[in-house]
Ligand binder design. Structure first.
Ligand code: FES
Ligand SMILES: [Fe+2]
Length: 363
């Protein structure tokens, strides 16, 4: 299953950049393989629309903002915040502006310091992330990068707890302690939760970040699939009660590229001078995941028998069931047999692409 085969994915909100990225000029971004433009109107609100002028199809992102309006670079038509054209410079001002002269807007809004869009009719709101809204926690933006990996593969990895001891053996994982203590998977509609405890390695930087002095510690993650492409993981360090809550969102740029965004909430009120060090550890962990996931087939299985599953895989098995339900809503999802064979990246075809979204990387 590829993202483009399942229209249900289009009915959720996804971040396309930081609020500060959408400022003084129209900004292009790509989602679901389609080109859009985001801009900030005269009221200060963010807007987004197809990156194409209704007049002669120029790219609106090559234009500019004037008098609070999105201005097309070709013939200077101006579009107001509701998307309708308010001025055609070459036309007789006495004549009415044709009602069809409007840009093709999509939903856009801001929350948690991010600009979110929804290209379809949303079946859910921008996710409510409890700690991110709680003044008792500190919200820190850690990363927003384009990965050459499919969005479901990245979320699947976040829900996959038995990889930590191996993929992260050089950072927070402990390959000497691969066993997990995991509770039941509690399904609720198309979301689920579970808790898992593992032994985590604590390197010198993590000792400074967490206040933990031992070389290993017991860490419990209360994890939740919030939406099909949004993960929340409240990591609690048993030794001192520190909570490090991870939020991961995956914006599908296309079937094989994802704008991966991660931000955290901490309950220890870390001073700003410590944020870089906290972020550095999470960036290393994500770089370890990324190196692996960029070499995994972007197709995602929707048939349970395609892969092998063990008891330790029951969280990611539940994720497969949920995505299979979304896929079942659509006709035309190719059977796993159409693609489930050894996958190798083509170094030419899959050369790194420049960011298709608004951010060029770091928070
Ligand atoms: S193409 Fe945009 S104003 Fe003509
Ligand atoms: Fe990981």
């Amino acid at each position: 299953m590829l993202i483009s085969e399942v229209p249900a994915f289009r009915e959720y909100w996804y971040p396309i950049g930081y609020s500060g990225d959408i400022a003084d000029e129209p900004t292009p971004f790509k989602i679901f393989g389609e080109e859009y433009v985001a801009w900030r109107g005269g009221s200060g609100a963010v807007h987004a629309a197809r990156d194409e002028c209704p007049h002669r199809h120029a790219r609106l992102s090559q234009g500019w903002l004037a008098d609070g309006c999105l201005t097309c670079p070709y013939h200077g038509w101006k579009f107001g915040e509701d998307g309708h054209c308010v001025e055609i410079p070459a036309a007789d001002p006495e004549l009415p502006i044709p009602p069809r002269a409007h840009v093709d807007k999509i939903l856009a809004a801001e929350r948690y310091g991010l600009v979110w869009v929804c290209v379809g009719m949303p079946r859910a709101g921008i996710p409510d992330l409890v700690e991110a809204d709680d003044p008792g926690y500190t919200l820190i933006h850690e990363m927003m990068d384009v990965w050459t990996a499919s969005a479901p593969r990245i979320v699947d990895n976040a829900l996959d707890v038995s990889h930590v001891a191996w993929v992260h053996r050089n950072s927070v994982g402990s390959s000497a302690n691969p066993r997990l203590e995991a509770g039941p998977v509690e399904r609720d509609g198309q979301t689920f939760r579970f808790s898992v405890t593992l032994i985590s390695q604590v390197n010198e930087q993590q000792k400074r970040n967490t206040g933990i002095t031992a070389d290993t510690t017991r860490r419990t993650t209360h994890a939740e699939l919030v939406q099909p492409l949004v993960f929340r993981g409240r990591m609690v360090y048993e030794e001192n009660g520190l909570e490090h809550v991870l939020y991961k969102t995956c914006t599908p740029i296309d079937d094989e590229h994802t704008l991966f965004c991660q931000f955290i909430a901490r309950n220890d009120d870390p001073p700003p001078e410590k944020w870089d060090s906290i972020t550095a550890v999470d960036r290393q962990v994500q770089a370890e995941d990324r190196a692996l996931l960029e070499n995994v087939n972007p197709n995602f299985p929707v048939e349970i028998s395609t892969e092998l599953h063990t008891k330790a895989d029951r969280m990611t098995l539940e994720y497969r069931r949920i995505l299979a339900e979304l896929a079942a809503e659509a006709p035309g999802v190719a059977p796993d047999s159409a693609w489930a064979k050894p996958f190798r990246r083509d170094p030419v075809r899959d050369a790194p692409v420049p960011s298709g979204a608004t951010s060029d990387g770091d928070a």
